[in-house]
Design a protein around this ligand. Structure first.
Ligand code: ASP
Ligand code: MG
Length: 416
């Protein structure tokens, strides 16, 4: 049975980290893992900047592309690689594409996927050259021949049947495979991406398709923690959580793993380990079907930069089902995700991210409703809360909306 190892951008951001990753993979070599890799460090952001400059006909893009290529080649040099052709070729073909394509306004998302995918193509080419030169035989696999998607560029749906067929055919062999996270292709061969930070999801799709024994995500933290250690100094590692807890945490905004990662694993009961690439001997976190024996400590998640919308009918009538239907339709049409909602007799409140689409939503809502908008909110979610934990993490902030179930409390708050 296969093991899937997933390495994110931070784990391969420089030559030392790549040496470290080689050592980790060597420890799994006899299991012939499928290794899923993101782009180096902040490469995806850099490629977004190149895309945006090129799209606006801003002539700085060739310089940006040159520096990204140089950054990759400098790592090749630090690793004393003999052959860098494969890496150079990725950047040269991107340059050629950009020079020979006139951007058309309507196709932004399609360009996005085509261009940004070069980060993962380059990182995997680099790693395969490096591993092979250091005596670890492995095969580079183009994920675009495996992960089949529809053409909702930047936010695709997976064609599970085609993907499973391709994955089983490709990964049947007894080799170490290195492939890209984040990317796939349509039936017509157009490159697609699975959304930012989507490499976790790629790894879980492949785990599902090859019926993996387990999947390991390598991160720079000791495992899944009960809070972001940058925000909570006494955050602790959770040694074991259930799929269900992981889904709830990511749904409420915990940034440990991509929210779509769990479902394919849960469907086939494939355990997920989250381990620390800086210290592989640490046990990390195991995510599986079973609930842990010990109860969970409070798990704290903040979403910053929230907007609270209070929606009322213009003639002061009750918020009835027919209103809710039209309100939900508008949220859905504007692709605005509701994080929390609450209604009273005449008002319906929604907490959501402050993003660029919200003005259009409000404009449409105002055709039928009065809308009051409160900016600068935070949404605090505590799973397995205690009264003490609420007071501790609220830290005196003003509460605008509060919602409790037996396991979860959610508070829309504003700094006092
Ligand atoms: N490189 C992509 C990103 O930064 C995908 C990933 O890292 O998972 O969003
Ligand atoms: Mg990344």
């Amino acid at each position: 049975m296969k093991t899937i190892l997933k390495f994110g951008g931070a784990s391969i951001q420089d030559a030392d980290r790549m040496r470290n990753v080689l050592n980790i993979i060597k420890q799994y070599a006899d299991k012939k893992p499928i290794v899923v890799v993101s782009a180096l460090g902040k490469t995806t952001n850099a490629l977004e900047a190149i895309l945006n400059a090129w799209f606006k006909h801003d002539t700085t893009w060739p310089n940006l592309l040159d520096s990204l290529k140089a950054a990759h080649l400098s790592i090749c040099k630090d690793l004393a690689l003999q052959t860098t052709n494969a890496v150079e070729y990725i950047f040269d073909s991107l340059q050629e594409y950009l020079e020979n394509t006139l951007p058309e306004l309507h196709a932004y998302d399609q360009y996005y996927d085509h261009i940004v995918a070069h980060g993962e193509l380059a990182s995997t080419k680099l790693l395969v050259s490096y591993f092979n030169e250091r005596g670890l035989a492995c095969e580079w696999v183009d994920a675009r021949g495996i992960i089949h998607t529809d053409d909702h560029f930047r936010d695709v749906n997976i064609d599970w049947e085609a993907t499973e067929l391709a994955a089983k055919a490709k990964f049947g062999g007894d080799e170490i495979f290195i492939t890209q996270g984040f990317i796939g292709a349509t039936a017509n061969g157009h490159t697609t991406t699975l959304g930012r930070e989507g490499s976790d999801y790629s790894a879980s799709i492949l785990s599902y398709c090859v019926d993996a024994e387990h999947m390991i995500i390598w991160k720079d933290v000791a495992g899944v923690m009960n809070a972001d250690p940058k925000l909570v100094s006494d955050a602790i590692v959770l040694p074991h959580i259930s799929y269900r807890e992981a889904v709830e945490m990511t749904y409420f905004g915990a940034k440990v793993i991509h929210p779509k990662t769990i479902k394919p694993l849960q469907n086939k009961k494939i355990p997920l380990l989250v381990k620390c690439f800086l210290n592989p001997s640490l046990p990390g976190t195991i995510i599986s079907e079973q609930e842990p024996r010990e109860s969970y400590p409070p798990i704290i998640v903040w979403k910053e930069n929230q907007v609270l919308l209070s929606i009322q009918d213009k003639d002061f009538s009750f918020i009835a089902e027919k209103h809710l239907t039209s309100i939900f339709n508008l949220f859905n049409n504007h692709r605005i995700h509701i994080h929390l909602m609450q209604n009273s007799a005449i008002s319906f409140s929604v907490c959501t991210d402050a993003n660029s689409r919200i003005n259009d939503l409000i404009h449409d809502l105002q055709l039928q409703f009065n809308v009051v908008r409160n900016e600068g909110m935070r949404l605090l979610t505590i799973r397995h809360y205690t009264e003490d934990s609420i007071q501790k993490y609220l830290a005196g902030d003003e509460i605008l909306v509060e919602q409790r179930s037996r396991t979860t409390v959610q508070l829309v708050t504003r700094k006092k």
